[in-house]
Design a binder for this molecule. Structure first.
Ligand code: FMN
Ligand code: ZN
Ligand code: ZN
Length: 253
C-alpha cells in the first residue's frame, strides 16, 4: 500500500492507486504523487512556482498548464527564487519584482476561516489575510477576492466571523480553501454554532471573533477588496498552537 498526496490541496490518499478524483478539490489521478519523505536539502531543491493571480504555490520542475485554483495559464506563474544572496550593492541593483516574489514569501501569516451570511444562507472560505489593525478601537482587516462567494456575502450583510485554526487543522484549510460555496455546501458534516451577528463559527476553533464592516473604510484594490471592520465580540476557545501558513505548506510537502 502507498500513500498518495494531492499536488493541489495536499489531501493524502492511502491505497495501491491514486483515487479517480480528489475528494477535496476534485482533480484527477494525474495530480497525485507518491509520498516520499524528502530530506530537508532535497525539499529546498524542489522548484516552487507561484500563481500571480491567486498566490497558489505549485511545486515541480515546470509550472502547471493551468492554475488549479483560479484557472489562469502557466504564463502567469513566476518561479520563486529561493537562492539566498549576500546583501551587497550589486545584489540590491540586480533585484526587481521577480526577486521580490521570493522575499514576500517570507512574510508569515496565520490561516483562518472567514465566514459570512446572506439571506439566511451561510458560507466561509480559508483566508490568510486577517490582521488586527488597531487596538483602540478594536479593528481588523481582511482581504477577499471579488470572485469569492464569501466576498459577495460580506458585501451583502456587512458582517463576518473569523474562526482561528489549531496547528493540526489542515483539513479545514482544504475544505474551505479549494472549493467554492457556489458548488458545494462546505458546512455539511461540520459542527458550527451561530455567532451574535448570525455568522457561523467552527466549534473546534482555537478562538473566534465577530466583526462589522466599516463601509467608508473599505478599499477596492483591484482583484480584491480590503475590508476594515470593528470587532464586536470574540472569545478564546482552546489554548493551543495556532496554524500558520508555513506549517500548512510543510504539511503539503
Ligand atoms: C492557504 C490558503 C489561503 C487563502 N487565503 C485567501 C485570502 O487571504 N483571501 C482570499 O480571497 N482567498 C484566499 N484563499 C482562497 C479561498 O479560500 C478560495 O478561493 C475559496 O475557494 C473561496 O471560496 P468561496 O467562493 O466559497 O468564498 C486562500 C486559500 C488557501 C488554500
Ligand atoms: Zn486535492
Ligand atoms: Zn491561480
Amino acid at each position: 500500500m502507498n500513500k498518495w498526496r494531492c499536488n493541489v490541496c495536499g489531501y493524502i490518499h492511502e491505497g495501491d492507486k491514486p483515487p479517480a478524483e480528489c475528494p477535496i478539490c476534485g482533480v484527477g489521478p494525474e495530480d497525485f504523487v507518491v509520498v516520499k519523505e524528502l530530506a530537508a536539502e532535497q525539499q529546498l531543491a524542489v522548484k516552487r512556482w507561484k500563481c500571480t493571480v491567486c498566490d497558489y504555490v505549485h511545486t515541480g520542475d515546470t509550472p502547471p498548464d493551468s492554475c488549479p485554483l483560479c484557472g489562469v495559464g502557466s504564463e502567469l506563474f513566476v518561479l520563486l527564487l529561493d537562492e539566498a544572496v549576500k546583501l551587497t550593492r550589486e545584489a540590491v541593483a540586480e533585484a526587481g519584482p521577480e526577486t521580490a516574489n521570493s522575499a514576500l514569501d517570507k512574510i508569515s501569516y496565520g490561516l483562518y476561516i472567514v465566514t459570512s451570511i446572506k439571506d439566511n444562507t451561510i458560507n466561509g472560505q480559508c483566508c490568510n489575510t486577517v490582521f488586527q489593525v488597531t487596538s483602540n478601537p478594536l479593528r481588523v482587516s481582511i482581504c477577499l477576492n471579488k470572485n469569492n462567494l464569501t466576498h459577495e456575502y460580506v458585501v451583502a450583510s456587512g458582517v463576518f466571523a473569523v474562526s482561528m485554526l489549531g496547528s493540526d487543522q489542515t483539513d479545514a484549510v482544504r475544505r474551505f480553501g479549494y472549493q467554492s460555496g457556489r458548488n458545494v455546501d462546505k458546512f455539511a458534516g461540520i459542527e458550527y454554532i451561530f455567532g451574535k451577528n448570525g455568522c457561523p463559527i467552527l466549534k473546534d476553533c482555537l478562538a473566534y471573533i465577530e466583526a462589522k464592516v466599516l463601509p467608508d473604510k473599505t478599499v477596492d484594490i483591484g482583484t480584491h477588496t480590503l475590508f476594515i471592520a470593528d470587532v464586536t465580540s470574540g472569545r478564546m476557545v482552546a489554548n493551543a498552537e495556532a496554524l500558520t501558513y508555513s506549517l500548512y505548506r510543510r504539511s503539503k510537502r
